[in-house]
Design a protein. Structure first.
Lengths: 280, 223
């Protein structure tokens, strides 16, 4: 791919009308571990895969609370994501200070997108290397947006970003029409199944994923590990046919036994790595 | 050529009294609900008490517009703290923050006379008392506002907090039960209402203890 001539800085166009630095930034998002978002009429669920670098280290934090009514899941350069989360929190606090009401999600994503755009038009800056799935509730209902490094943003019923997100997207595309009227529990289940899709055969355990929920009357919060594990166990036993049937039914009893052992081994052998040290 | 004086002041005093008493495992924060200007009453039902954190309540007398701005400022700072530390601010931490915030406006002060009450990290009651520019001290009890000159000597008489200069150090906490403290607060406000024209209407009491937070109200004289 010889496009080296026009990719040195973000302020250089290629003859084909492309900004390669921005596209490279979007590539960074694709390399990050997966993040998934879904919404119904009244709830938004964010889920992500949390792989620790080694058994000795903690997981990277990829889901951030921005306000009681807004949360964000990121994929890509998590440091950039952390900084943008801080900006989003600050915007929410300032808006609330001035207007004594929660910042509408649509406003926040525009501000975020404008901030990203600035970095695509300054020679001394670089684009943010992080994609953000912003989920939130406001007067006009539940929303899910995707903000990318280019400064574009789109609203989605459900979306997935990061590595192997296509597998999750395929699952979501099949099921998204039912999401609007989905119950909270079904929405979380769909999020977990979509997360499992990105794992490509690896066992889904609560120690490698994080799930966050927000809804009408329910402020944003991250579900604790036990709750998530119970939900995983519930649908692993029941919903093999609901899933995309990657494993045949013969594997189900093996899965159940593995689930029991996996959960026991996880809690027994390395409790520290299974529990993210700083959970909200 | 005499110095020109302003014919307009940025400040006003909305009156009222605030009190806080710390116990071994509880804290009581109380304020009347009358808001005045000059010799008029603006409203009989205004709360001077603000919850800054789970275990920190601030009661402020003085210029309520400044008080409101101060409360909003501290609440916003607390939200930032929670995002960064994944936990609520402790009462002593909030006390320091309030002091710093007040001193920040040393040369255009918040016209607010504050009393901060809550539970410290050990669950003991704590009360901090302030002046308008942030000088503060942890005490066992305090009163601020228009009725403070009537209330404070009476509290001294009843509670007699030990001097912080004593050696060995003695706890800045009063040996009163929660019920006794509430009764004392009610008595003290009833008396202050008699002689302070800016104190009256209704008394709002916030009680913090290990079980949580409770609100109590009592009618006061409305004249």
């Amino acid at each position: 791919m010889f496009r080296n001539q026009y990719d040195t800085d973000v302020t250089t166009w290629s003859p084909a009308g492309r900004l390669f630095q921005v596209e490279y930034a979007m590539e960074a998002v694709k390399q990050g571990s997966a993040a998934i978002g879904l919404r119904s009429k009244s709830h938004v669920v964010l889920a992500c895969v949390n792989k620790a670098n080694s058994e000795l280290s903690s997981h990277q934090k990829k889901i951030f609370k921005v306000d009681d009514h807004i949360g964000v899941a990121i994929a890509g350069l998590t440091a950039d994501g952390r900084v943008l989360s801080r900006y989003m929190r600050s915007e929410c606090i300032n808006y609330n200070y001035t207007y004594e009401s929660p910042l509408p999600v649509g406003r926040l994503v525009v501000q975020l997108a404008d901030k990203a755009q600035v970095c695509t038009q300054r020679s001394w800056k670089r684009p943010y290397g992080v994609g953000l799935l912003v989920g939130g509730l406001d007067e006009s209902g539940a929303h899910l947006y995707y903000n990318c490094p280019s400064g574009n943003y789109f609203e989605y019923q459900a979306f997935a970003i990061g590595s192997r997100s296509q597998a999750a997207k395929t699952y979501l595309e099949r099921r998204f029409e039912s999401f609007t009227d989905s119950t909270r529990e079904d929405l979380i289940k769909d999020a977990l199944i979509a997360t499992r899709e990105t794992l490509q055969g690896e066992k889904l355990r609560s120690s490698i994923c994080t799930v966050a929920v927000m809804g009408v009357g329910e402020p944003f919060h991250i579900l604790d590990q036990d709750t998530v594990q119970k939900l995983i166990d519930a649908f692993e036993i029941v919903g093999q046919d609901e899933g995309p049937a990657a494993e045949p039914d013969a594997a189900v009893p093996a899965e159940q036994a593995a689930a029991g052992e996996g959960a026991g081994a996880d809690t027994g052998s390395a409790p520290e790595t299974d529990v993210a040290p700083m959970d909200i | 050529m005499t110095k020109q004086h302003a014919n307009w002041s940025p400040y006003d005093n909305n009156g009222g009294s605030v009190v806080a008493i710390a116990g071994a495992d509880y804290c009581v924060v109380a304020a009347d609900t009358r808001m005045s200007t000059g010799y008029s009453i603006l409203t009989r039902g205004y709360s001077k008490i603000c919850k800054l954190a789970d275990k920190s309540f601030m009661a402020s007398s003085g210029f309520q517009a400044d008080v409101k701005a101060l409360q909003k400022h501290l609440s916003a700072k607390h939200l930032i703290y929670q995002h960064q530390h994944n936990k609520q601010m402790s009462c002593p931490a909030m006390a320091q923050l309030l002091s710093n915030t007040l001193y920040y406006k040393r040369f255009f002060p918040y016209y607010a006379f504050n009393v901060l009450g809550g539970l410290d990290n050990e669950g003991k009651g704590c009360v901090f008392t302030y002046d308008a520019v942030g000088s503060y001290e942890r005490v066992g009890y305090s009163a601020q506002g228009s009725g403070s000159t009537l209330i404070m000597p009476f509290l001294d008489n009843q509670l007699k907090s030990p001097s912080p200069l004593l050696l060995p150090a003695v706890d800045a906490v009063t040996p009163l039960s929660e019920g006794e403290a509430i009764d004392l607060v009610k008595t003290v406000f009833a008396s202050a209402t008699e002689r302070d024209i800016y104190t009256g209407d209704r008394l709002e009491i916030v009680v913090l203890n290990a079980d949580g937070t409770r609100y109590e109200y009592m009618e006061l004289r409305k004249d």
